[in-house]
Write a protein that binds this ligand. Sequence first.
Ligand code: BGC
Length: 838
Amino acid sequence: MTLCILLGSNKSIIINHFRLSFAGQTNQNKLKMKKNLLIYPIALTLVCLIGFNASAQQKPAAAVPQLGKSPVKDVVKAMTLEEKAKLVVGMGFKMPGMPKPTEKQMKEGVDIGGFKLPPSDEDAYNIPEKVPGAAGRTHSITRLGIPSITVSDGPAGIRIDPIRNNDSSKTYYATAFPVGTLLASSWDPALVHRVGEAFGNEIREYGADVILGPGANIHRNPLGGRNFEYYSEDPLITGDIAAAIINGIQSQGVGTSIKHFAANNQETNRNSVNTIVSERALREIYLKGFEIAVKKSQPWTVMSSYNLINGTYTSQRHDLLTTVLRDEWGFKGFVMTDWFGGRDAVAQMNAGNDLLMPGGPQQSQAIVDAVKSGKISQKQLDANVTRMLNIILKTPEFKKYKYSTKPDLKKNAEVSRMAAAQGMVLLKDEDKALPLKSKKVALFGNTSYDLIAGGSGSGNVNKAYTVSLIQGLTKGGYTVDDNLKNAYETYLNDIKAKQPKSAMSFFMLPPPPPQLAITPDMLAKEANDADVAIFTLGRNAGEGADRKVDNDFNLSTDEKALIKNISDAFHAKGKKLVVVLNIGGVIETASWRNEADAILLAWQPGLEAGNAITDVLSGKVNPSGKLATTFPMEYQDVPSAKNFPGKNLPLPEGQKPNPMMGRPAEVTYEEGIYIGYRYYNTFDVKTAYPFGYGLSYTNFKYSDLKLSSKTFNGLITATITITNTGDVAGREVAELYVSAPQSGLPKPAEELKAFAKTKLLQPKESETINLTLTAKDLASFDTAKQSWIAQYGTYEVKAGASATDIKKTKKFDLAKSIVTEKVHNVLQPQVAISELKK
Ligand code: BGC
């Protein structure tokens, strides 16, 4: 256009130029020039007109909106349908150790041991990984300034490849923090927050954006293969501990993905099992922990689970992911699927499951097609995309954070050790067998020499080391007989060397080695030479399989015999036996515990395991953990025992059983709300160690339980004083249970409504603790009224050292029932459930 204005204004100059040149030309040339003189302005005008027109169409394109510089809504507006459908589907799956698939496999999917991996996105193979070993990535859309973000497992530490490109000169090991069951047993959100800070820092320094944890499913049954990743049988502990770790991690500028939402309480047929459960049990037990965590910590993301709830995959349930999670609880982040979770990309988008992981091109295509055919509205897809962009904006990747790949592993190991010791539970301590009085120890049990830091599968962490118990004790100044040590180490090395290495080892744990047989001579010598015996019992489990009753929940015959033999030999010499439980989930203890003088439940304590256990055995740390999950007398006492893991349904015609995906199945939660201590207390079932139980090397007195009022007026505060009456410093957890009036809905005999842990109290020192109850804390869910209701009547407040060791009680009245919240009519079972009733 500028050229035209120039030409236009200079038209006379050009004509003049023609005129001047005209004079000295031949006739033929003059004719040509005359013609030119006519044609030129016409052509010029035309050129200008065309030029004007073209320039009007090609206005310098308005700048393309850039994420972070333009409002998110403008970025969304500028995205093509294909770009949107790419953003909401992850970049694909790379099986660790699996070679790049052929083009055909990429299109058709790859068979891995009977499980067909869906077709992959080429990007997963062609774009170098930012954090090798991380579980997944999202697509970048560079045109709009949208980066790819990296998500990594898992709940006990960042799970990434420790060695890259076979170059071991530089390593990327991570801190294995104690597993979830241990953290919850600390009953100490402030401590868990500190773990979260160290953990979050490591996530950030290794370059990931979102960690795939914490796990917040309820311990419905002790055989649950992933219980070690989860916290408790109680939703209050679950929610408070989850919120603490989320807030800790997110304080470091990285995100979390609380998982697996929801009612994902088993590994058997996990990808296809239909959980049939009442709305009351869902809301009071299985959703409650998530609700507390979402409200207290706003995790950046939520991971939907594999299972179906009442007939629909959780990732395809709008009522779960939108009505409950967002509308009722106020969740602001995005929801992603579990890996390959659900079946129908279109239903998932519509449900509010914003990101499909790990993602494949066929899902993006299905979304594009669905928007074109109207099965997904533009508005819906825009909402999914917007939620993702709002989180991407917060990520280190978006902020171009220069991560070091050198987190302070030493410092984080110290945090791990400190937290581990705080969450161990002293189950038994007769005649003050602990702390250890003498330094000469006979150390038995395979796992004493090969401690289990954490569970397997995606909950595993690639750590540089695990301190064994023998290492921990030796460093702590204890001496252990070399003969025994050599016998165990040779035996275990031999077994490990023979274990087949399989690509499936991620899912399939090798069977635990049988206990080394201890000859009577060896035992006699040890009982003679050492001052005390320690026997460590180990159990491991993880993703892909549930545990078994025989030789797992129950001890094997060999294990029991060994414990008995050691006990007899040492007791005959007037010496004691200490049993250390290095386990991720609950086991049977009632049949053998009399053989032991002390039992320390060390759980799976992370990479500093041996040091942390030694800290407690030696008395350097006074144990203050309490059970967040009941230890029943026997498996058959567990309220869900007859409904775990449910029943298989017939396979559809022509379909072969798939070992990885399981088969159609259903499980009915007939026990309803009566989970764990809610059941044992209400139905008077004796337990081996009750919920909330844990000993200390000192004693505590509970006194002066006071309530702020005799009648409830919107809030009531309970005050209790705890005094250390023993002779060493220690911490105590004050647990506040409430017994609600039984006049309305049936209620559990007691429910934990608040708790707090004292500071380290010196002998004779006291602390007064205030615990507040709101109307919401008193409410139960009334399905008929679709409301949470605090029933009028008399409430009993019980301050205790466990769910069965109530020290002080007080009563208050609620004059009139209060509807604390009216909710939506959702998640209802399609079939009648014959729920347990008192
Ligand atoms: C697990 C998730 C995990 C994901 C990514 C799934 O198999 O169930 O907990 O985060 O894989 O590794």
